[in-house]
Design a protein around this ligand. Structure first.
Ligand SMILES: C[S@@+](CC[C@H](N)C(=O)[O-])C[C@H]1O[C@@H](n2cnc3c(N)ncnc32)[C@H](O)[C@@H]1O
Length: 441
């Protein structure tokens, strides 16, 4: 079949024939009338040389064929329902997103449906606000830039910078202030920091907002726990800066990370600060944005799926359950001055799930601490290694022997311990199978 050329037709006052009795025909009549066309609803036999377009939308293919023959004889372009081979006009599927019409031509209706869903999810939910804001701002900018390239470039920069992000967040006043600043200086201020939670590993667990911001940033500062698959989503032009820390070693001191974020943003760059999991859960995200706030740098925080949620879900262990656990606590098994800085008494409670982050090197002391405080050593416990990734493994034991079972298993960080009766549910609910070194078990 010959490839159709996508076109937008102005049909004001043009005669269009729509033949058919069903919902498609009615929708077409409505659409053409809304566009100002002069619509003739007909069963055929009415074609004259003044007709601009014909739509043969009968249920009966023979009637459509007959009308198509008539249209072809008069050289009038015709669309024939379900017969692309007889059609001069191919109809796209049209979605109105914000106030733009997006038309998709593809012969496979399932692909068209799928594209529609993807298009809608690619657009931030507040995009209509951007369209409105641009419309209102145009006039002001028209006097400043009489036309051509500089104006286009100015808008392009503005639309991918801090001001547009403020509009999306519903903060119109701040956006206006940024627009005024940009007009005064002649160049849009784009510098901003996006503090983004990258989730526990599987890149599909990023939020829509995280993906959008990653695709528009100029530089990224990332941690050791950010999965390589997440970094692969970045455009090639983005500068990648590793600032990961390792246990007991801090190659890039926190103060230096803070300064770098601030300086990059103040120099007008859009900087993504990517952190494993959620930036506000054992992630020092609060410290970083406090510094930015003091320096007057614009920022936004994008939550991520924390390791506890991701690992529990992929291990088939609900963290709460009506029969097993009514509360859940997240603790860190980090050492401070040689010992574990944990309030074990608060952790040993009936019906409570305990999730321990950063626990591999302190796992033994952590489990002993729980048992010493009265936890039954037979309480079920799981260690999730590299959760949500292809290399995920889950070791099931009891709190009394989790540390020994882990030592036998050549486990590699990152790992997370889940302790409590909910671990029993894994027997019934395990669903995820990693395809790499781990087998999901
Ligand atoms: C510095 S904390 C950061 C936590 C992160 N902000 C979050 O919300 O998940 C790092 C700890 O998170 C846990 N962790 C992160 N990703 C993990 C994964 N994919 N599998 C198992 N544990 C993970 C480990 O306990 C690791 O030591």
């Amino acid at each position: 079949m010959v490839q159709p050329v996508p076109l937008g037709l102005v049909l004001r006052d043009r005669h269009c024939v729509v033949a058919g009795e069903g919902a498609d025909a009615r929708a077409m009549v409505e659409r053409l009338r809304a566009a100002g066309a002069d619509v003739i609803e007909s069963g055929g036999g009415v074609l004259t040389d003044s007709v601009a377009l014909v739509f043969a939308l009968h249920e009966d293919p023979d009637r459509n064929r007959a009308l198509a023959r008539e249209a072809h004889a008069r050289r009038i372009p015709v669309h024939v329902r379900d017969m692309p081979e007889l059609s001069d006009i191919h109809l796209p599927r049209v979605w109105t997103l914000a106030d733009a019409d997006v038309a998709v031509f593809h012969p496979d209706p399932d692909i068209v449906d799928d594209l529609g869903v993807r298009l809608r999810t690619a657009l931030p939910s507040g995009y209509a606000r951007i369209v409105d804001w641009v419309r209102r701002g145009r006039e002001r900018l028209a006097c400043r830039f009489p036309g051509g390239e500089p104006r286009t470039g100015f808008w392009r920069n503005l639309l991918s910078g801090a001001a547009a992000e403020r509009v999306l967040a519903g903060q119109e006043k701040q956006a206006e202030a940024l627009l005024e600043q940009s007009l005064a200086s002649g160049s849009p201020s784009r510098g901003e920091v996006y503090l983004i939670g990258a989730g526990p590993g599987d890149p599909d667990l990023l939020t829509l907002r995280a993906v959008r911001l990653l695709q528009q940033c100029d530089a990224v500062l990332y941690d050791r726990l950010v999965a390589p698959a997440v970094l692969e989503l970045l455009p090639a032009s983005v500068e990648r800066i590793y600032v990961g820390k390792q246990r007991d070693r801090h190659p890039v001191p926190q103060a230096e990370i803070n300064n770098r974020l601030r300086d990059l943003a103040l120099s007008g760059r859009r900087v993504a600060r990517l952190k494993g999991g959620d930036p506000f859960i054992f992630g020092r995200g609060g410290e970083e944005i406090e510094e930015l706030m003091q320096a007057g740098v614009h920022f936004q925080v994008v939550p991520g799926i924390t390791a506890a949620s991701g690992c529990a879900a992929y291990a088939g262990i609900p963290l709460t359950h009506r029969d097993y656990a009514q509360s859940c606590v997240f603790v860190t098994g980090h050492r401070r001055e040689g010992g574990l800085d944990v309030d074990f008494r608060a952790l040993v409670r009936p019906g409570q799930t305990v999730v321990c982050y950063m626990g591999l090197h302190t796992l033994d002391a952590f489990c002993r601490g729980l048992v010493d405080e009265g936890m039954d050593p037979d309480t079920p416990a799981a260690l999730v290694e590299q959760g949500t990734t292809d290399r995920q493994r889950v070791i099931i034991a009891s709190v009394g022997d989790l540390s020994a079972r882990t030592a036998e298993a050549d486990v590699r960080a990152p790992t997370l311990a889940i302790i409590g009766d909910v671990v029993r549910l894994r027997e019934r609910l395990a669903w995820f199978r990693g395809s790499g070194r781990g087998d999901g078990f």
